[in-house]
Design a protein around this ligand. Structure first.
Ligand code: NAD
Length: 426
């Protein structure tokens, strides 16, 4: 590890998701011989739908919320991506996140393109009944532009399997038949897949395991810190803990717990099991979330929110490797510093892609009306993750680029080739 302070060439710490996504596309394009027209096209979304959603509150008053669905690219198959309920949702954010979904599906070689949407609302301010009415009306407003062969939403921040159940029901009622394949991440009783909830964390664990092996480290001698012990973080931490790694620190929004001898990750309750339980766990030390990011560990897994690793703290990060559980946890500036310092960053579009991969399995189960066993889901996830890992690793070795650039090269070459094969219409 270099002790000199590295500098980021592009210090743009307030960059938006779409700015980050465009820069990453440009970097990947520089490695490939792709028609500039295709690259230009991929910098823009196919369509962005904006809808108004009137909601009758429990008080009887009507409020109108704004919803979006960004559809980035569908050259390889229907648009796919989550629906977010959050006050910061914007058309621009949806476009950036939809672009990431295009690359994530392509790096996994899943026959989907990228989409993302959401409603500008704080779901904590809504009752269950209000959430249900909002979701049903949102589904109705989007009905013409979604569908199992067109665009398939999924849960994201502020939405969950119940939201998907309402969404699927509203869509199905209007279509006159039950269409489970219109969304993924549903409860298993109505066509959700076994293993979907654990899948993104599991894929983070699988990819971390492969990366540790690739660099000749021993999993049993590897220390890990995980920021965000939620769905992704807890499942990743437990996967690695179960296989012998020492998970020394985990956190929730309120702070981190630290035990240099290793935490029992099965004993620490995840955030959604009981809010506040992570930071309240009885461990030798407590830390702030910022301190967790700077721990002297082998592997750091940011699995909470975006933009936590920035040019402001990247020089102080002491981990030897970062495996991105969250979407977009590393800014462009931090990425450049990590590259200069020789810290490997295994990117989100590969590491947490288990979520969309099992969503694809769910869609297959729905259209075939046949549920898979958990064992089959996990076996096929392992196979798909290894295929993607091997494809990205080959590019790292052939071109000597970072893991992120390699993942983008794999993804962009597949998307660009599909565009070239299909040509421009009309
Ligand atoms: P979650 O709500 O289950 O867990 C988030 C965790 O992060 C919680 O422990 C929470 O307390 C903590 N947290 C929230 N804000 C924080 C902050 N500012 N600082 C530190 N900790 C904070 O969410 P999740 O589903 O695990 O998603 C986490 C990340 O992974 C997000 O970036 C999400 O987009 C990404 N992701 C999720 C999925 C999925 O299917 N769940 C798939 C791919 C990527």
């Amino acid at each position: 590890m270099s002790s000199a302070t590295a500098t980021a060439p592009e210090l743009e710490e307030s960059e938006t998701a779409v700015e980050t996504a465009r820069r990453q596309l440009e970097r990947a394009a520089a490695h490939l011989d792709v028609d500039p027209g295709i690259i230009e096209r991929l910098k823009h979304p196919d369509k962005v739908h904006q809808v108004s959603i009137p909601l009758q509150r429990d008080t009887g008053e009507t409020e109108v919320y704004t919803g979006f669905r960004a559809q980035h690219d569908s050259v390889r198959g229907p648009f796919k991506g989550g629906l977010r309920y959050h006050p910061d949702v914007s058309a621009e954010e949806c476009v950036g996140l939809a672009m990431w979904m295009t690359w994530k599906c392509a790096v996994m070689d899943i026959p989907f393109g990228g989409g993302k949407g959401g409603v500008v609302v704080d779901p904590k301010t809504l009752s269950d009944g209000e959430k249900e009415r909002l979701t049903r009306r949102f589904a109705e407003e989007l009905r013409d532009v979604i569908g199992p062969m067109r665009d398939i939403p999924a849960p994201d921040m502020g939405t969950d399997p119940q939201t998907m159940a309402w969404f699927m029901d509203a869509y199905s009622m209007q279509e006159g038949e039950t269409i489970p394949g219109v969304v993924t991440g549903k409860p298993p009783v109505i066509g959700g897949s076994r293993g979907r909830e654990e899948a993104p964390g599991r894929s983070v664990g699988i990819v971390a395991r492969e990366a540790i092996d690739y660099y000749g480290w021993e999993l049993e001698e590897t220390t890990v810190a995980v920021q965000g012990f939620g769905s992704v973080g807890a499942n990743a931490a437990r996967y690695l803990d179960d296989r012998g790694a020492t998970v020394v620190a985990v956190s929730d929004v309120d702070g981190a717990v630290y035990d240099p001898d290793g935490l029992d990750t099965r004993d620490v309750e995840g955030h959604d099991e009981r809010p506040g339980m992570v930071s309240g766990y009885d461990a030798p030390e407590t830390l702030s979330n910022e301190e967790l990011l700077l721990l002297d560990v082998d592997v750091l897994v940011p699995a909470a929110v975006g933009n936590v690793l920035t040019a402001a703290n990247a020089n102080d990060v002491r981990a030897r490797m970062i495996v991105e559980g969250a979407n977009g946890p590393t800014t462009t500036g931090a990425d450049a510093i990590f590259e200069e310092r020789g810290i490997r960053v295994i990117p989100d579009i590969l590491a947490n892609a288990g979520g969309v991969t099992v969503s694809y399995f769910e869609w297959l189960q729905d259209i075939n009306r046949r549920a898979w066993s958990l064992e089959r889901v996990n076996d096929e996830l392992e196979t798909e993750m290894l295929k993607a890992w091997n494809a990205v690793r080959d590019v790292v070795e052939e071109r000597g680029v970072t893991w992120r650039d390699a993942a983008y090269v794999v993804a962009l070459s597949r998307v660009a080739e599909a565009h070239e094969a299909r040509g421009l219409w009309p």
